[in-house]
Every structure is written in C-alpha cells, then in structure tokens.
Ligand binder design. Structure first.
Ligand SMILES: O=C(O)c1ccccc1NCC(=O)[C@H](O)[C@H](O)COP(=O)(O)O
Length: 399
C-alpha cells in the first residue's frame, strides 16, 4: 500500500487561531476560474475555490502593523476567516454540516474541563459532521504527501473511464427494471460490520455475475472499513461494471485521486457541499470524464441541485445521514409534482438509494420514477451476493 493510503484519519486538526479574531483584518478573496480544457487548474485546496491573495500577505493589511504579525500567522488568520466564510455560505443554503471544528481545540482534545466546555462547539453535531471533520484532516495530510501536480501526472497511467450513466440506461432498457448499482460495503456507522468475510473483488465479481450494471466501492477507511485499495483491486480484477467511488468529497483533489485509482464516477453530497462546490466539482468531473452522482436527501437539496446546470445523475438517499432514519417514501416525495416534471424535462437519471430490501421496494421506487437503484446492505449480507440480487429483484436480472 502506498504511503498516502496508509493514513488513518486519527490525527487532530490544527487548532484554529482564536486570538486573531479581534483583529480588524479583512482579507480579499479571489474566486478562481473553473478549470480550462487545457487543465489550467489552480484550486487544489479550497473546495469553495476561494483563496486569499498571496500578494496581500506580503504587504500585510493596512490595519495591522506588519511587524506585529508574521506572514505565517497572517496566512493562518486568512485560513480561519475563509473557514468561517465557507460555513456562512453553506448555512445560507440550509447546509448544517460544518466543514471543520469552528474554534479552539479539536474534538479529541482531552485538556482542562473548563476549556472543553468553552469550546463545546467543537463536538460534531452528528455522524455526518464527524465524518466530514475527519475527512478534512485526512485529505489535507494526503495532499501534503501527494500534491495535485503529482496526481495530474498519475492521471496518465489511470485506466480509461467507462460510461457510468450509459451502463445504467442499458440495464434499465434490457431488464425493464432500475439499473443496479451494487455496493461493495463492509461496514457502516449505522449497521456496524455487514460482512466479516469481506473480499471486495469476490463480491464485485458476484455482483457482476448477478446482473449489476455498475458497482459502488466505499473508500472511507475509518467509518466504513473501505479503502482506495479496494477500488483499485476491483478495477484491476477484470470486472467490467463501471465503478462509483463512494467517498465524502470535500475537496477537488479527491476527485483527481479517485480517477487515478480507476473510478468512473464519484459521489458529491449536497448536504455537505454548497452550490459553488457542486458546480465547480461537476466541471472537474466533466474535465476528467467522470460521472458525478449528486446525492440529495430533502426538498431543499433537490431544489438546489436542480438549479445547477450540467447535472445528469441525482441520487435520492432514503437514509437521513444525520439521524440514520431510513424511509423509502423519501424517494417518492422528492419526485412528486414540479420536481419530477423538471427532472424529466432535463433528462436527469434518478437513483433511489438505501433501505431497499425486497422486490416490492424496487417496484415502489421504480413507480416513483427512478431508473436506477443503489443497494448495499441487503445484497452484501447474503452468503451468495449473486443470488442476493435475484432475491432483491424477484428474478434473475443477469439474463
Ligand atoms: O450507511 C450508513 O450508516 C451511512 C452513515 C453516514 C453516511 C452515509 C452512510 N451510508 C451511505 C449510504 O447511503 C449507503 O451506503 C447506500 O445508499 C446503500 O445503502 P443500503 O442499501 O441501505 O446499505
């Protein structure tokens, strides 16, 4: 396993620089241009594509004496302010997930009780927020080991991209049933370990044999016991189904990384990413030939995503990632009325995700309007996942 992949997200994020809050220090922000076809891509760090201008750091802001504050400290101040700015934008779009702990020490901090109480905002509000905060640390460490330039070079050796949406449409027309994205998933925060004897390649082959159109491979290690080594192994195993990299993407760097490991598609979660991120990341996906599966969970997220040009594939998650509650009625609710009409008009393919166990569940979400489904637990838990697929659809869909 290469160095970048051996990382486990246990390290604590760098503490925020609280003492600078009181300084009257206003940064200028630069919204970077989207990537050009020539690959003139600059925003390798900030998901919101916002950068403090470096020249400003050199001269120092007018309101703070440049002898008081080193360039390094100034950079920290800017990073802190940019972080605040990101969360403000996200909150204005109804996003409750903060990108990182707002102040003070990280959640793992075990120092004096009073200090912990003062900083209790640093405790994640729910599991999704905890995952995102860990991912923030993990990604920044991985980026240090493998900067974007190196990743771009690695793209030359990546296997060719396969048509994810094409495979779903073909399966749908062939069987008259939703195309199946079968998930290679060992464990999850809500269900614990789903399968002890977990061999990702064996499971992937069994899924393909059972008629899966595409596969979803969990790459998060800490919460799902997945990994990029699984994605790479499945990709190199001869399995032909296009692969979704099931990650918690917070940074465009991860999209490049997923492509170098053989992904054909990647998940973007609207509960985590503001519109600007989704727009920007969708463009990067297009540039790399990847399909973006944009996941929504409620009406507000669906409306935001429907307002974004170029969206081709939307997943409706029946699992509330903050509470773990699963309700397949969610798919129906989000496809009713004007939203369903807009989706059909735009030719967007909808994927029903999570909590699908029986042929009746499949029929229900198909009736609601989905052309594809994403299924993990109900098939990965079966001794023979090939038979698990037949059981889920009520018939052999490999024919
Ligand atoms: O599954 C979880 O517990 C979970 C928790 C936090 C964030 C994401 C989570 N799951 C991702 C998914 O939505 C599912 O893996 C996927 O849709 C398949 O669901 P299922 O068929 O119910 O395994």
């Amino acid at each position: 396993m290469e160095a970048a992949m051996s990382f486990k997200a246990t390290a604590a994020p760098a503490p925020r620089v609280l003492s600078f809050q009181s300084l009257n220090f206003r940064p200028k922000f630069t919204f970077l241009k989207p990537p050009t076809p020539a690959g003139n891509f600059m925003a390798q760090n900030s998901p919101l594509c916002i950068r403090a201008q470096k020249s400003e750091l050199k001269d120092g802001p007018a309101t703070v004496s440049s002898t008081d504050i080193s360039e390094r400290d100034a950079l920290k101040v800017k990073e802190w302010e940019i972080g605040m700015f990101q969360d403000e934008i996200a909150a204005s779009q109804g996003i409750r997930i903060r990108r990182r702990p707002p102040t003070g020490p990280p959640s793992h901090y075990v120092g004096p009780f009073e200090f912990r109480i003062q900083n209790e905002g640093n405790t994640p509000r729910n599991i999704l927020e905890e995952i995102v905060w860990n991912k923030d640390v993990e990604v920044s460490q991985m980026k240090e080991k493998m900067p974007l330039l190196a990743l771009k070079k690695a793209l030359d050796n990546a296997p060719p991209v396969r048509d994810f949406i094409g495979a779903l449409k073909a399966a749908n027309s062939r069987t008259g049933l939703p195309g199946l994205i079968a998930e290679v998933k060992k464990a999850s925060p809500s269900r614990g370990v789903l399968r002890e004897d977990f061999d990702p390649v064996e499971i992937a082959k069994a899924y393909e044999k059972g008629g899966a159109a595409c596969l979803s491979v969990l790459t998060d290690e800490k919460y799902f016991q997945g990994g990029f080594q699984n994605l790479e192994a499945v990709r190199n195993s001869g399995v032909k189904c296009p692969l979704l990299c099931k990650e918690f993407v917070i940074d465009a760097w991860q999209i490049y990384y997923a492509r170098t490991k053989g992904a054909d598609a990647i998940l973007l979660i609207a509960a985590v990413l503001p519109d600007l991120d989704i727009k920007y990341m969708t463009k990067i996906c297009k540039l790399l030939g990847l399909t973006a599966l944009i996941e929504v969970h409620d009406e507000r997220e669906m409306d935001r995503v429907l307002g974004i040009d170029g969206v081709e594939l939307i997943g409706i998650n029946n699992r509330n990632l903050e509470t773990f509650e699963v309700d397949i009625g969610n798919t129906k609710k989000l496809l009713e009325g004007e939203r369903g009409r807009k989706i059909r008009e735009k030719g967007i393919i909808v994927v029903g995700e999570s909590g699908l166990f029986t042929p009746a569940d499949i029929a229900y979400v198909q009736e609601a309007g989905v052309k594809a489904v994403l299924v993990g637990e109900s098939i990965v838990k079966q001794k023979n996942p090939t038979e698990g697929i037949a059981g889920l659809f009520g018939k052999d869909i490999s024919l």
